[in-house]
Design a protein around this ligand. Structure first.
Ligand code: ADP
Ligand code: MG
Length: 211
């Protein structure tokens, strides 16, 4: 379902990522491991369709992410991202942050937005601004925003970096549940060894590539 071929990424002349081949199936849960600087975020951005790699191809359900160039709507219909910094909009309620993702695909569906928040135990907080909520709750809004359009691919960047053990486990549980609820392929990037044991499939980017 997701295939990577002959991937290389360089910033200026420096090669930071090489991935000859990767094939992942729908519904798989996969962890992307590596020390800081090993290229995890770069790879997630490439898989998200927002960073064109220097070389190689990424295919999602046989459609090339970069050829032809794809628009925001094309990506938003297929790919959900929980970024490391959540990028929630604090002038909007939790619910409106989720609706914003729906507006990218031109589909306003209040019942779906409500249901998604409720499934993430945020039903009572749906009208709260993100800054009034805990870190874990904010992260759940970001997960809701990433899955409300029922993506094929769900990506999360360092989702446990700000969390203690119990909350880290819970965050991984929620990502797995949210991905399974839409049959999505889940890819989680982390340098957190606690997360590894939760995943059958491991892609290890360490050690960092040197030029
Ligand atoms: N926009 C950028 N321009 C130049 N270098 C970058 C940029 N983004 C990341 N890098 C460098 O690329 C390497 C990989 O970074 P990154 O993908 O963020 O790794 P990770 O997420 O594993 O910490 C690092 O050496 C980082 O400094
Ligand atoms: Mg990173």
């Amino acid at each position: 379902m997701l295939s990577v071929r002959s991937l290389v990424h360089r910033y200026a002349d420096r090669t930071v990522l090489r991935l000859p081949a990767l094939d992942l199936a729908a519904g798989e849960h996969c962890v992307l491991l590596g020390a800081s600087g090993s290229g995890k975020t770069t790879l997630l951005h490439v898989l998200a369709g927002i960073l064109r790699p220097s070389e190689g191809a990424v295919l999602l359900d046989d459609a090339n992410l970069y050829q032809p160039p794809r628009g925001d709507r094309w990506r938003a219909e297929r790919i959900g991202v929980v970024p490391q910094r959540l990028h929630l909009i604090d002038s909007l309620s939790a619910l409106d942050n989720v609706r914003l993702a729906q507006s990218l695909v031109g589909r306003r569906d209040d019942a779906a937005a409500d249901q998604t928040l409720t499934a993430l135990s945020l039903g009572e907080q749906r009208l709260s601004r993100p800054s009034r909520l805990s870190t874990g709750q904010q992260q759940r809004i970001a997960i809701a925003r990433a899955v409300v359009n029922r993506p094929r691919l769900l990506l999360a960047d360092e989702p446990t970096s700000a969390l203690d053990d119990g909350h880290a486990d819970r965050a991984i549980d929620l990502l797995i549940q949210a991905a399974d609820a839409c049959g999505a392929l889940l890819v989680v990037a982390t340098h957190d060894a606690r997360v590894r044991r939760r995943f059958a499939r491991v892609i290890d980017l360490s050690p960092a590539v040197t030029p």
